[in-house]
Design a binder for this molecule. Structure first.
Ligand code: UD1
Length: 434
């Protein structure tokens, strides 16, 4: 079993290069299924979710070549299998994008229900509503999503109003609509940066997507899309996580290759707390303070509001802020499990349904904790970096799903963090004792 071992209390100092965006890459790679030709995708993050989505495409018959560390050529000219393997699909949330892409290209898809982090109920009814509006028949049974276009085999443009703003549904409907006949309109669409990124990729393949980044998106379907070269945007959540880590360790960190305008909700909160945040072009610099951070109130919202994916890392910082902070989680039901772990480190937290009330303590202390999901894991890393003593984080495979070389990047700016292999037997004994 692999764990992270963190010796806390070292301020982070230096420069970190931001990797490509996970949530953009896991939609852009399946989008290559829409093309009978080669798509070169650059700035692909090296994370396990990307490895999995590439592996799924390979199983379907795609030819994938690694050009360099962050660039892949994806050629979906010879797809021979449209049944997505259960064992792979169930491990990753983004496997739902295969429904939109396969349905759009072939008029038929059979995809296991997606996996990913357990954040409470994660329905896909809005995705299905979109496919149905374009003429598909969709059935969910025995853990599989069956979608097909009866008759002529090609989706037709449709109009869909999302009852709830959903990132996944917006992007999935865009994928399906790119080869549909006529125009598809998505109303009440999500506006996250990765939605604009997917739209730009589809446009570079010859599609016409207008309005991405607003709440009405129009996709003018094409008969044919061509291969393209495309560079994935920098990761908004990795940037935010490292900004918070810089503040939590009272460090001074420059993040390069990021998009500061994507970070406004977080930058504003860090400034309100007393950190210094400055930006220029593609760089953000965060300087912490030793004078104590002020507690603040956070409400997660769809973009451009405070992102739910940064709620957990941010609450790690709030655990040592002066006074009381409240965190309202509006997007997912079960996204406070990291706080129970942080209580082991001395955090003082009360949870009332979707609200966490955090009473700041002067100092967290190291403890053995468990990552319960991807961003919970990131939050525990931040808590461990700021704590006094040693923190041991287990279940780090969740963290590796979404952060490229987190250990290497943090070590390069002065963190004392290492990945250690603990023999399974020792880990089991430990579990029995605790
Ligand atoms: C995506 C991201 C995830 C991020 C989340 C919110 C990927 C692979 N995952 O997840 O990292 O935390 O956006 O920014 O990109 N909902 C429905 N019906 C649906 C779809 C969603 O009720 O058909 C609800 C969800 O339960 C949730 C809310 O809508 O309460 C938002 O979910 P959504 O934006 O779809 O998140 P994901 O696409 O699952």
């Amino acid at each position: 079993m692999t764990k992270y071992l963190i010796e806390g209390g070292h301020p982070l100092h230096g420069t970190i290069e931001i990797s490509g965006a996970k949530n953009a890459a896991v939609a852009i790679i399946p989008a290559a299924l829409l093309v009978d030709g080669v798509c070169r995708i650059e700035n692909v993050p090296q994370i396990s979710d990307v490895t999995l989505i590439l592996q799924i495409l390979r199983e379907l018959g795609a030819d994938i070549k690694t050009v360099n560390r962050t660039t892949v050529d994806v050629d979906c000219s010879h797809i021979r299998n449209r049944q997505v393997p259960y064992e792979l699909a169930r491990k990753i949330r983004a496997s739902y994008y295969l429904v939109g892409a396969l349905l759009g290209r072939f008029g038929w898809a059979e995809v296991p229900l997606p996996g990913g982090c357990n954040l409470g109920g994660r329905p896909i009814d809005q995705h299905i509503k979109g496919f149905v509006a374009m003429g598909a028949e969709v059935d969910v049974r025995n853990g599989l999503i069956y979608a097909q276009v009866p008759g002529r085999g090609c989706l037709a443009g449709g109009q869909v109003y999302l009852d709830i703003v959903s990132v996944g549904a917006t992007m999935n409907i865009m994928l399906a609509a790119a080869l549909a006949e006529g125009m598809t309109v998505i109303e009440n669409a999500a506006k996250e940066p990765h939605i604009v990124d997917l739209a730009n990729f589809l446009n570079s393949m010859g599609c016409r997507v207008k309005g991405a980044g607003t709440d009405v998106i129009r996709i003018f379907g094409r008969d044919y899309l061509h291969g393209a070269n495309y560079t994935v945007i920098p990761d908004q959540i990795e940037t935010g996580t490292l900004m918070i880590a810089a503040a939590a360790t009272h460090g001074d960190v420059e993040l390069t290759g990021c998009i500061p305008t994507h970070m406004e909700a977080l930058s504003a909160k860090l400034l309100e707390m007393g950190a210094r945040v400055t930006e220029s072009d593609d760089t953000l610099r965060v300087r912490g303070t030793l004078c104590g951070y002020r507690g603040v109130n956070i409400k997660t919202q769809v973009y451009p509001g405070f992102p739910t994916d940064l709620q957990q890392p941010m609450s790690a910082l709030l655990c040592t802020a002066v006074g009381t902070s409240t965190v309202v989680e509006n997007i997912f039901e079960t996204r406070f499990r990291h706080l129970a772990e942080m209580e082991r480190m001395g955090a003082r937290v009360r949870i009332y349904e979707q609200t966490a009330v955090i009473e700041g303590v002067p100092q967290l202390h190291g403890a053995a904790v468990e990552a319960t999901d991807l961003r919970a894991g990131a939050a525990l890393v931040i808590a461990g970096l700021a704590a006094r003593g040693t923190t041991e984080i287990s279940q780090i495979q969740f963290i590796e799903r979404g952060y490229e070389d987190l250990v290497g990047k943090l070590r390069a700016v002065g963190a004392d963090i290492q990945m250690v292999d603990v023999p399974v037997e020792a880990a089991e004994n430990e579990a029995q004792i605790s």
